[in-house]
Design a protein around this ligand. Structure first.
Ligand SMILES: [Zn+2]
Length: 409
């Protein structure tokens, strides 16, 4: 299985200039090649092949107008052409119905949020004995190695994000060699709007505080930006602050997804989730756009970690909203408005929590073993007599402890 590993890079001022040059050259090569193909198409000429583009690139580097392309690694420029080919392939595959449709390749801009270049083995890049990343025509760039690479990568992609941070991204081959000892629990997961996830054992998981905090800061930065006058210097500064806040939210969210997915895969032998495409039908467009990106990243993590650690992962496609069926007796008693968080099944009398009921239904649809007296049977709380209330031990609720556990992973 192939996994992506990213590490923060700290290039010097000179190295940043060299990288900016490389990003620029890669972009020019990409745009030139795209223009050649677009002009051929407009003129009714045959599709210009990659070999032809490559030949033209070699020729154009000898002209005075494009001689500066020689200042960066030739591999970076070749890889830029490869990226264009991939963009075309995805576009054509979409038209043929082999994958979701996507737009035709577009010209790249200096103002794009994310800039990247790729060095393959041919570029003779390497990791120095001192742990720096040696890039041709850039130099030895300091790296923060936050994890250990499981195997030697052959390719490195250098990325500059909207917040101005640099990353080295490696794709490495790993094997499912870390198979964990067997365990018994099997679990259904419902990804929700109220809670991030609800498990079929009754556990409800919210986004952790650190994520909510950076999300709040992002909202404030966005508000500040909207108040700044267009074209003003302050607006530029505010734009950078938004980009930084955005990057922090993305990082915090990824951390949370990693922690939770690792925990679910470690603690359970089988994990089932509802197929998001199916789930999407029931939601508004706004809610969808906010949550889907995060959910699909999380589901992908569950999937690859399951493979890696020898667990079972299942995606359940259902065409019946999970809230319409009683998870205890299976009777379908019709749709309920979102405001109904809890109801009593008319057929069997079980008190059902909307989210837990959905999670249990997901687990059942996946054929997982759900304990007979599962957590969906929520007992109606009996208020304690006033005299006893003070003596009740202040035990943290299960929910609170579960959340603390996530952070401890
Ligand atoms: Zn029932």
């Amino acid at each position: 299985m192939q996994l992506r590993y990213s590490f923060r890079l700290y290039p010097s001022v000179g190295q940043r200039a060299a990288l900016a040059r490389a990003f620029g050259c890669a972009r020019v090569v990409f745009n030139d090649a795209l223009r050649v193909r677009e002009e051929a198409r407009a003129g009714g000429l045959p599709f210009v092949t990659s070999a032809e583009l490559s030949k033209r690139l070699t020729a154009v580097k000898k002209t005075p107008e494009r001689a500066w392309l020689g200042e960066v690694s030739a591999v970076v420029l070749q890889q830029s052409l490869r990226d264009l080919d991939t963009a075309y392939k995805n576009f054509f595959d979409g038209l043929k119905g082999k994958r979701p449709r996507m737009g035709a390749p577009r010209f790249k801009s200096k103002r794009d949020n994310r800039q990247s270049i790729r060095f393959t083995a041919n570029a003779a890049w390497r990791i120095t004995s001192g742990g720096k990343l040696r890039l041709p025509k850039v130099g030895d760039v300091p790296v923060r190695w936050s994890r250990t690479l499981p195997s030697a990568p052959s390719t490195v992609t250098v990325v500059k994000d909207a917040a101005g941070r640099y990353f080295a991204s490696f794709v490495v081959e790993t094997h499912a060699y870390e198979v964990l000892p067997q365990t018994t629990p099997e679990i259904g997961v419902d990804l929700g709007l109220g809670h991030f996830a609800v498990l079929s054992d009754g556990t409800k998981i919210n986004s952790p505080r650190f994520l909510r905090r950076v999300e709040k800061r992002l909202k404030k930065a966005q508000r500040d930006l909207s108040r700044k006058e267009k074209g003003s210097r302050n607006r530029d500064k505010a734009r950078i602050r938004v980009a930084r806040a955005h990057a922090r939210v993305t990082d915090a969210r990824r951390n949370f997804h990693h922690q939770l997915s690792t925990r679910l895969i470690r603690e359970n032998q089988a994990v089932a989730v509802e197929d998001l495409a199916v789930k999407g039908l029931a939601r508004t467009r706004l809610a969808k756009s906010i949550h889907d990106a995060g959910w699909s990243a999380f589901v992908r993590m569950l999937e690859y970690k399951a493979t890696r650690y020898g667990r079972t992962f299942m995606k359940i496609g259902r065409f019946e909203p999970t809230s319409q069926v009683c998870s205890a007796c299976g009777v379908k008693d019709g749709p309920k408005p979102l405001s109904v968080r809890e109801w009593t099944c008319g057929a069997c009398g079980t008190v059902l929590d909307r989210d837990v009921n959905a999670a249990v239904n997901v687990a059942k649809a996946a054929g997982l073993a759900v304990p007979a007296c599962g957590a969906q049977v929520r007992r109606v709380p009996v208020p304690a007599p006033r005299s006893e209330a003070g003596t009740h031990p202040k035990q943290p609720t299960r929910l609170v402890r579960e959340q603390a556990g996530i952070l401890g992973l």
